[in-house]
Design a protein around this ligand. Structure first.
Ligand code: NAD
Ligand code: TYD
Length: 342
């Protein structure tokens, strides 16, 4: 049986954690296809570069000809698409690259996976495609909730989901979609809430909280997400969507206070700033279907995993500094020959 899979976006936050997870826990060989945008950081995979089970190829999923060469040179038993522009604030500043990567890039991968009979296509999606819940009383998102994205990021991810499902219906392509809530853990680019707050609080800088700080996010450890993805890839039914979450809602202000407590910093660092345009009020994921049908279970306890995450950023100051200064880009130049950059 072929056990080689293509993982796109494997130099980013969730993709790199997923690769660590499957290299440690399975016998899959991974071809990691990543364009190394600002969010792609090979330092996330430093310990894996010598591993026979992981090969990195620099390639933009919008570049179909280069993608073709990769499909032609490998026999894949599946494709897992993490590659995306992923930051809502950036999508507000410039939505166009979100359409290129998240929609057109996904279409390229879908077409080539189908044409080259490369097995199952798993699309990594997000709870943000469901839009927002307005109150605490509204029920959590299920797979049957309406798709009502609000940010350009969420709209691009929803468009990709529609394409993936259309390929299943029209061409009978084997596809699965996972929709996960907000992730936390090591290797997250410090533009997202948790690593940003840890970074700034460690330096005693002001902590920008959008609006009234009462927006709610549903937090899951990235390793729980990785296990959910693998379960969906191996056990999910073709054409189905699976929500992945850990029933762990926190207001932003509550979460920031928890981080400050772990770090032993004063709450006076908190600064309420202008709200994000179109800011979704609340996300909440119901993972019952994945629990029932895939045997998905959350293993990471939030309080201790948040503490571990804060400790990780404290112990990996160099990694964070390289993100901030852009020095992580040097790592690719030093460690990879131009041949590996198709
Ligand atoms: P990230 O921004 O940390 O990483 C994205 C990766 O994709 C980077 O390595 C980047 O170089 C790569 N990439 C971007 N454009 C590319 C292109 N055109 N071609 C090839 N590679 C490209 O993102 P993340 O937080 O790891 O998210 C990964 C996936 O999970 C995304 O699809 C995102 O929508 C989804 N998701 C994220 C969260 C979250 O909380 N971060 C929650 C649910 C779903
Ligand atoms: P973020 O990590 O950008 O994830 P998403 O918007 O995809 O959920 O933001 C998480 C929450 O934190 C969101 O409600 C916006 C808020 N936020 C701030 O209050 N300040 C910040 O500087 C950032 C980046 C986010």
């Amino acid at each position: 049986m072929k056990r080689k899979i293509m993982v796109t976006g494997g130099a980013g936050f969730i993709g790199s954690n997923f690769i660590h997870y499957i290299i440690q826990n399975t016998d899959y060989e991974v071809v990691n296809v990543d364009a190394l945008t600002y969010a792609g950081n090979l330092e996330n995979l430093k310990n894996l570069t010598d591993e026979k089970k992981h090969r990195f190829i620099r390639c933009d999923i919008c570049d179909k000809n280069s993608l073709k060469e990769i499909f032609d040179g490998n026999e894949f038993s599946g494709v897992i698409n993490f590659a995306a522009e992923s930051h809502v604030d950036r999508s507000i500043l410039d939505p166009s690259v979100f359409i290129d990567t998240n929609v057109k890039g996904t279409l390229n991968l879908l077409q080539l996976t189908m044409e080259r009979c490369a097995g199952r296509f798993l699309q990594i999606s997000t709870d943000e495609v469901y839009g927002e819940l307005k109150t605490e009383e509204e029920k959590s998102f299920t797979e049957d909730s309406l798709i009502k994205p609000n940010s350009p990021y969420a709209a691009s991810k929803a468009s990709a989901d529609m394409l993936v499902l259309a390929f299943n219906r029209t061409f009978k392509q084997d596809v699965v979609i996972t929709r996960c809530s907000n992730n936390y853990g090591p290797y997250q680019f410090p533009e997202k809430l948790i690593p940003l707050i840890i970074y700034k609080a460690m330096r005693m800088e002001k902590l920008p909280i959008y609006g009234d700080g009462k927006n709610v996010r549903d937090w899951i450890h990235v390793n729980d997400h990785a296990r959910g993805v693998l379960l969906a890839f191996e056990k999910g039914k073709s054409g189905e969507v699976y929500n992945i979450g850990s029933r762990n809602e926190k207001t932003n202000i509550e979460l920031v206070r928890l981080i400050l407590k772990i770090l032993g910093r004063e709450e006076s660092l908190i600064e309420f700033v202008k709200d994000r345009p179109g800011h979704d009020r609340r996300y909440s994921i119901d993972p019952s279907k994945a629990e029932r049908e895939l045997g998905f279970k959350v293993l990471n306890d939030f309080d201790s995993s948040l503490r571990d995450t804060v400790n990780w950023y404290q112990s990996n100051k160099e990694w964070v500094d390289h993100c901030i200064t852009g020095e992580y880009r040097e790592y690719f130049k030093k460690n990879y020959s131009p041949k590996e950059a198709i």
